[in-house]
Design a protein around this ligand. Structure first.
Ligand code: KG4
Ligand code: ZN
Length: 375
């Protein structure tokens, strides 16, 4: 931390994947505006995010969402003390749009700009307590406190599955991660196999609500070092679908992040006839939840009494939330539903919590670069 005073109002921008988002957040906690333009409908026909389509849509939307956030917060650019933008990890072209928009604003206004690691944003989302609404400081004072530190943090999203020991938001140690598919990515692939559309997580959750989670045994591989591996689970589901003789058995490959979608996923299919979609979805969801809870249980045994904080798109999943609440005798913190999936309020909050002042050369942060593989 330098002697630089922390900014009060931060304008955050997030374009790392398929949400174009801008938000105005006060003191890392009070959400004055949270605007998210989701591209989900655009990517749905491909069964996954089509990177080039994402970049082009970010270009169309980014100025609009920034203006909408300022309007909703009833502030002007002059009132903003700092700018924050996700500069990685994510889709290279998509990140570039947000980073360049933020640099343009920094250059035009002289406002300090900081690049934010996307996962630091998910961690900081626990400090926010209102999404998509303008709230007052009085409301903020009455809001529940953020999770105590240190805590165990599970980030489960479309791009990441990470278990972290968070001493504070600038001092984090990774305890486990996925070796292959992220949990959200696994949900998206399962949804494609089952003909449930995109984004897959909410679709699988809806289908699973009417299903029997014990009908199909879908194991998640255990690894020696305690990392997760979810790619085998997708294969197990594909085999099960094949065994059931469904025509949708070959739907397991599609638009992975960074690839153009192959022609066979150009249409989000209807569920194949007679496939027990609800039972398959419920069994699949239960397998993911089990694997997440089990690993967290081991980590918690090593950090007894520590609070647990879960964030990222998959933390919106009700089955996961219930299983976590049942598994631990400590509070399990989850962001409000609207702040589980990607948004810019969490980016603004992370910038505030990690604030170290403008770049040491006194520049405007124009050296912030998009980095798709930011570690
Ligand atoms: O955090 P996020 O918005 O983006 C990334 O940083 O990747 O997470 C998106 C992921 C998608 O894979 C989506 O299917 C999943 O979160 N997701 C869910 C649910 N809502 C979103 N997965 C399971 N259950 C949900 N309710
Ligand atoms: Zn995310």
């Amino acid at each position: 931390m330098t002697a630089e005073p922390r900014p009060r109002l931060v304008l955050g921008i997030e374009t790392s994947c398929d949400e174009t988002a801008a938000a105005v957040v006060e003191a890392g906690r009070i959400v004055h505006a949270n605007v998210v333009a989701s591209q989900a409908a655009l990517h749905a026909p491909f069964g996954g995010v089509f990177p080039e389509v994402a970049s082009r849509q970010h270009v169309r939307d980014v100025s609009y969402v920034v203006e909408a956030a300022l309007d909703a917060a009833q502030v002007r650019l002059d009132d903003i003390d700092a700018l924050a933008v996700t500069n990685g990890p994510g889709l290279a072209g998509a990140l570039l749009v947000g980073v360049n928009a933020a640099k343009g604003l920094a250059l035009a206004t002289g406002t300090p700009l900081v690049g934010v690691h996307h996962l630091a944003g998910h961690l900081a989302s626990q400090w926010l307590h209102a999404g998509g609404v303008v709230i007052t400081p009085a409301v903020a004072a009455a809001a529940p406190p953020p999770p105590p530190l240190p805590h165990l943090a599970l980030i489960v999203s479309g791009g990441h599955t990470e278990l972290l020991w968070v001493r504070d938001l600038t001092d984090v140690t990774r305890l486990a991660q996925t070796r292959d598919d992220a949990a959200g990515e696994a949900f998206d692939k399962a949804a494609r196999l089952l003909g449930l559309g995109y984004p897959g997580g909410p679709a699988v959750e809806r289908a699973a609500a009417h299903g029997d989670p014990d009908r199909f045994a879908l194991p998640v591989a255990r690894t020696d070092d305690g990392d997760w591996s979810f790619s085998g689970l997708k294969t197990a589901l594909a085999r099960q679908v094949e065994r059931l003789g469904a025509t949708g058995a070959a739907r397991g490959h599609g638009a992975a992040s960074g690839d153009a979608p192959p022609p066979d996923v150009s249409v989000a299919d209807a569920p194949p006839p007679d496939l027990p979609v609800a039972d398959l979805a419920a069994s699949f969801q239960a397998a993911i939840v089990r694997a997440l809870v089990e690993r967290l249980r081991r980590a918690h045994a090593a950090h007894p009494g520590a609070a647990i904080a879960v964030s990222g798109g998959v933390s919106a999943n009700t089955a996961l939330r219930s299983a976590l609440a049942a598994a631990f005798d400590v509070p399990v913190w989850c962001p409000p539903l609207a702040l589980c999936t990607d948004n810019a309020a969490m980016i603004a909050a992370a910038a505030w919590h990690r604030w170290t002042g403008p770049p040491p050369d006194g520049g405007l942060g124009l050296d912030v670069d998009a980095d798709a593989t930011l570690g």
